[in-house]
Design a protein. Structure first.
Ligand SMILES: Cc1cc2nc3c(=O)[nH]c(=O)nc-3n(C[C@H](O)[C@H](O)[C@H](O)COP(=O)(O)O)c2cc1C
Length: 265
């Protein structure tokens, strides 16, 4: 089992200590886990400049693609990821938001349908749940099959000692994450995932190859064959969610009937 551990903060502080404890727990459950660490603070990824080349032409046209591609390769090679980021102003720190901006085109072209994640955030007092929810939502949007959340309130700037209660929480969530990975259990997507998937599926028709505002999204949905699917093949979907997805798709088709997403040519 391969796990990518992403350090999504600017320093190794409280959040990283919690992530290390999670890693210890997982190693106790299985000593064979292959770990890879990614420290965003070591990479110096320049700020996303908003050129939208990733959305329009493809992510390989991003001016920072070399760095971003390496991160994507690390995700591709893993069975699951642990993403650890502190809470800054009730959300992720800028260094994490910058990575998310670089890869959020994948919300339009989701992948990673069999991968699992555990997101961790620590906060001084409030906001860690908001941060993990935001991270989990983003990962689900780019296709991740299941995402566990570990928000922790520390009352500390840099000297957090893990309390017995949080230790128990860490043990519980590490076990759940491990079992989900080990048994390769595939979960049905939530309504919150089916909505963007099917709206973007419908929207992709407006930018399919040969259309006036042809874009990478249009090519992707056609090429992958997802344009005819309510969700990715192989992922369980109860009939009521299939109906819901179809409805979302129809809404997108009528909303984008006489509309295209334009850009300067
Ligand atoms: C820039 C900055 C913003 C912060 N924003 C919040 C906040 O919104 N809510 C909060 O309760 N604590 C906040 N804190 C405190 C941190 O979330 C808390 O100390 C956290 O455990 C730090 O994790 P770290 O040691 O991994 O960086 C903030 C700290 C910094 C440096």
């Amino acid at each position: 089992m391969k796990i990518l551990l992403v350090d999504g903060g600017p320093r190794k502080g409280n959040t990283w200590n919690i992530a290390m404890k999670v890693r210890d727990e997982l190693n106790k459950l299985s000593p064979d886990i292959e770990w890879k660490e990614l420290h965003l603070s070591d990479i110096n990824l320049p700020l996303c400049i908003g050129c939208s080349m990733c959305f329009r032409k493809g992510h390989s046209y991003c001016p920072h693609n070399e760095m971003v591609q390496e991160i994507l390769n690390s995700i591709d090679e893993s069975d699951g990821i642990i993403y650890a980021a502190p809470t800054y102003n009730l959300s992720v720190p800028a260094i994490s938001k910058n990575l998310i901006d670089h890869i959020c085109y994948a919300l339009h072209r989701p992948r990673y349908f069999t991968k699992k994640a555990l997101v961790i955030s620590s906060t001084g007092g409030v906001g860690a749940s908001k941060t993990t929810k935001y991270l989990a939502g983003t990962l689900a949007g780019i296709g991740f099959n299941h995402c566990f959340q570990l928000p922790v309130s520390t009352s500390s700037w840099n000297a957090y000692q893990i309390s017995p209660k949080v230790k128990q929480k860490i043990e519980r969530i590490s076990k759940k994450f491990y079992l989900d990975l080990a048994f390769k259990k595939l979960h049905a997507p939530s309504f919150g995932v089916l909505i963007p998937f099917n709206l973007i599926r419908g929207m992709s028709i407006t930018c399919r190859p040969g259309s006036e505002y042809e874009a990478a999204d249009g090519t992707f949905w056609q090429q992958e064959g997802y344009v005819d699917q309510v969700y990715a093949p192989g992922i369980p979907l109860p009939f009521y969610k299939k109906l819901f997805g179809k409805l979302m798709y129809q809404i997108a088709i009528s909303a984008f009937k006489n509309k295209a997403v334009t850009y300067k040519k």
